[in-house]
Design a protein around this ligand. Structure first.
Ligand code: KG4
Ligand code: ZN
Length: 344
């Protein structure tokens, strides 16, 4: 059994802590994964308010770390290393998590690992399914839409990114426009279930383009124009618009992934079964998962879509990224700074 790693995540609106270790058989073991969502604190504002988020992290983090230790049936003296997200994200929240992690590491004389939040997402298919390097990763969250080639620890190539909105952001803005509650993604999906995706036709941005980038602002504008033309909207109109948006989003992602898988095959012709991992909250969307499943089947690839609690922001992915870095001999000094921007 390897040492226990405490992971701390406070980069956005989730206060999270987890305990992870490498078990004797070489697999990663999640002993606890405790998350407190601040959704209610931000609901009245229709989005995440940085100052409110930072204050909520201050109030919650201590209790969340205690809960993660209790869930894992361990105490702080059993912990062997501390990992905390130091970027990218909202600086106030990052400071709370990083300072707390450094303080625990200092008080206990433990190594500290400063984790990039995106690396946490990027490595989550290894945490959930012991996927081996190299693999492709689709990261679709509220802040990011990226296609990454994950060659190894710390060795990432960004093959595509969004040139405007992130996919989760596009879902959230669609929800806001249609007056559905925050966070928008799950509510758009719920409404879409009762909608006719074919009634309104929306564009498929970047479809057919060779480069692997995303663009969602044109889709958002097209949806707004249709919504304005049909105002006032009935519940059925809203459902049909949600369904049309979700279909357009899923088909757009599928088109990018088809090309990415093709390129991956060309770079690694000897791999038997390429893997596409999914991370980020939008990975929970069943229409998008179905589209990715179809693309992977067609390409002879394997889709690894971790359970929802490992897709959305969580402490286990931070603890796991910390664990891999420790195993590679990488730790950080106590004066490492937080970074609002930190590309992989
Ligand atoms: O990864 P995540 O929990 O947090 C970060 O943004 O880092 O992702 C949250 C995003 C939000 O934009 C949310 O609306 C979206 O993921 N989301 C969804 C679904 N569940 C969450 N989007 C579409 N369908 C869903 N079921
Ligand atoms: Zn995230």
């Amino acid at each position: 059994q390897g040492r226990l790693v405490l992971g701390i995540e406070t980069s956005c609106d989730e206060t999270a802590a987890a305990i992870v270790r490498r078990s004797a058989d070489g697999r990663a073991e999640i002993l606890s994964n405790t998350v407190l969502s601040q959704i209610e604190e931000h609901q009245a504002f229709g989005g995440v308010v940085p100052e409110i988020a930072a204050r909520a992290h201050v109030e919650a983090l201590d209790g969340i770390i205690r809960a993660a230790l209790a869930d894992a049936k361990v105490t702080l003296s059993d912990v062997g290393a501390v990992a905390a997200t130091v970027g990218p994200g909202l600086v106030g929240g990052l400071l709370v998590g990083a300072m707390t992690g450094k303080a625990i590491a200092s008080a206990r004389g433990l190594p500290f690992v400063a984790v990039n939040h995106l690396e946490g997402h990027a490595l989550s298919p290894r945490l959930s399914d012991a996927v081996t390097y190299p693999y492709l990763l689709l990261l679709v969250s509220g802040g990011h839409s990226q296609i990454l080639l994950v060659r190894g620890l710390g060795d990432y190539e960004r093959w595509g990114t969004t040139i405007d909105d992130a996919l989760g952001e596009a879902f959230d803005k669609t929800a806001k426009l249609l007056e559905l509650p925050h966070p928008g993604g799950p509510n758009v999906e719920k409404m879409a279930a009762a909608g006719d995706a074919k009634r309104f036709s929306l564009p498929r941005p970047m479809k057919g383009e060779e480069r692997l980038d995303f663009s969602f602002s044109g889709l958002k504008t097209a949806l707004r124009l249709v919504a304005e033309a049909h105002a006032p909207l009935s519940d059925q109109d809203v459902a049909d618009l949600c369904a049309a948006f979700q279909l357009a989003a899923a088909e757009t992602v599928a088109d990018r992934i088809r090309r990415a898988l093709k390129r991956f095959r060309a770079v690694f012709p000897d791999l038997d079964e390429p893997v596409l991992g999914v991370a980020g909250g939008v990975g929970a969307n069943l229409a998008i998962r179905a589209a990715l499943t179809a693309e992977c089947e067609a390409a002879g690839a394997r889709l690894v879509a971790p359970p929802l609690d490992l897709c959305s922001d969580n402490g286990a992915m931070i603890a796991y990224a910390g664990l891999e870095r420790l195993e590679a001999g990488l730790t950080d000094p106590r004066d490492v700074a937080v970074r609002s921007r930190w590309p992989l």
